[in-house]
Design a protein around this ligand. Structure first.
Ligand SMILES: Nc1nc2c(ncn2[C@@H]2O[C@H](COP(=O)(O)OP(=O)(O)OP(=O)(O)O)[C@@H](O)[C@H]2O)c(=O)[nH]1
Ligand SMILES: [Mg+2]
Length: 165
């Protein structure tokens, strides 16, 4: 069976695991990801989506390169209240492109924790999208706690692969 690899990257604590478990299990995560976690989703066309949920702690960046290889799509997550998490996601995007020998990779940019307000200047996000080495297809703001736009995010992911070979 054909499986597509997708990677979820971003700083520690931005809510990567929570976004996935809100969608799949209707709950948020309570612990940090050690290394990498895998989840899979069956697609309508009989194919499978394998989600590589990568721990964002600094100590995992040295092993992350191996995790990032062969990704067909990326989900780049930052916290809408943490400008630092936006610069950290840029580092992850750079690492992703490097791990794939510079080949073009598409991504969905996700600003999470929208339930707590929003501190980042929209201009900074525009700057990010223009300078990001990953080709950003969409920018979406979510909350893994309230579930806001979580289904929309996964709809976009599913649609991306519905059209893939
Ligand atoms: N208020 C709020 N809290 C959230 C949201 N998403 C996640 N959290 C909380 O933020 C903390 C970190 O969430 P995780 O999903 O573990 O974050 P992560 O990005 O997977 O972190 P690492 O695995 O360390 O890279 C947890 O306490 C979550 O409950 C959100 O949308 N809103
Ligand atoms: Mg996690």
């Amino acid at each position: 069976m054909k499986a597509y690899k997708i990677v979820v990257i971003g700083d520690k604590g931005v809510g990567k695991t929570s976004i996935i478990s809100k969608y799949l299990d209707n709950q948020v995560s309570r612990r940090a990801t050690i290394g990498v976690d895998f989840r899979s989703i069956a697609l309508e066309n009989g194919k499978e989506l394998v989600i590589w949920d990568i721990g964002g702690q600094e100590r995992f960046t040295s092993v992350a390169k191996a995790y990032l290889t062969g990704a067909k799509l990326s989900v780049l997550v930052y916290d809408v209240n943490s400008p630092e998490s936006l610069s950290r996601v840029k580092k992850w995007a750079e690492l992703l492109v490097k791990a794939n020998n510079g080949s073009e990779i598409s991504g969905i940019l996700v600003g999470n924790k929208i339930d707590l307000g929003k501190k980042i200047d929209p201009e900074k996000i525009n700057e990010f999208m223009q300078s990001c080495p990953v080709k950003i297809l969409y920018h979406i703001e979510t909350s893994a706690v309230t579930g806001e736009r979580i289904k929309d995010l996964f709809k976009k992911i599913r649609d991306f692969f519905a059209n893939s070979k």
